[in-house]
Design a protein around this ligand. Sequence first.
Ligand SMILES: [Zn+2]
Length: 273
Amino acid sequence: MSEAHSPWKLGTYWYDKESVSLMQLKEAGIAYIELNLDNYIPPEEGLTPAMRTRYRQAVDAAGKAGIEIWSVHLPFGNPWDISTPDDAERLAIIEAHTRVMDWARDWGAQVTVIHPSFEPIPDAQRERRLKLASASVSELSERARLRGLKLAVEDLPRSCLGRNSAEIAALIGDAPDAVVCCDTNHLLTEKPEAFIRFLGNRIGTLHLSDYDGVDERHWLPGRGIVNWAEVLQALIDSGYGGPFMFEADYKDPHELVQCYQSLMKLVSDARTP
Ligand SMILES: [Zn+2]
């Protein structure tokens, strides 16, 4: 019997106001989290000392539980949109993200995930907004590098920037240190395995969940239309070496571990002649 190919450690998104306890995650076999912060609120509310203290408590709790902070999801929403047309505003937003990157570095994270825009992006503005977001990605990925971090640009659904592999390639084209966060349930016009194969070794982190192909759903893998055997093979072929990071809804973290085991079986079955 062939051993299942299992190159990845398990991770999941985690948010202190909603998610299960870090001890429960550890006990189930989760090694990493992506720390999520409060979104939509403006930087002057999101970057206060009180917020910093709150997040620090979460980081300390992870340390106590023996869980590593692999990544921090940089805040998103209108006040954090790196494609904002007004240049002074956009530069202030870059500064705000930089403050969060300072925190992420202090928390021991390796990756910071960023959304290329908020929404909606009107068609008439799309080209210009892509250029602005791309300039922001260049600047922020360099600032990430100086902090020992990677900046990971995430694919997004609907009218958001970065809605397919071509747009993601354009967004990171002038940013050699930027990587990609592949969200498998955000691609509405392209299969995730095609996205992964196109971007290859630029994939630096993952948001794994399933969907119906109509809109994002954040279902556990297996419930929707994603061809997981193809996605996993594409990740293996791309040499993806980060954690198997879920961004799926679940009740009990053992569901994530069971899900991973059944997905890995798809790969080993595909390899059995
Ligand atoms: Zn995201």
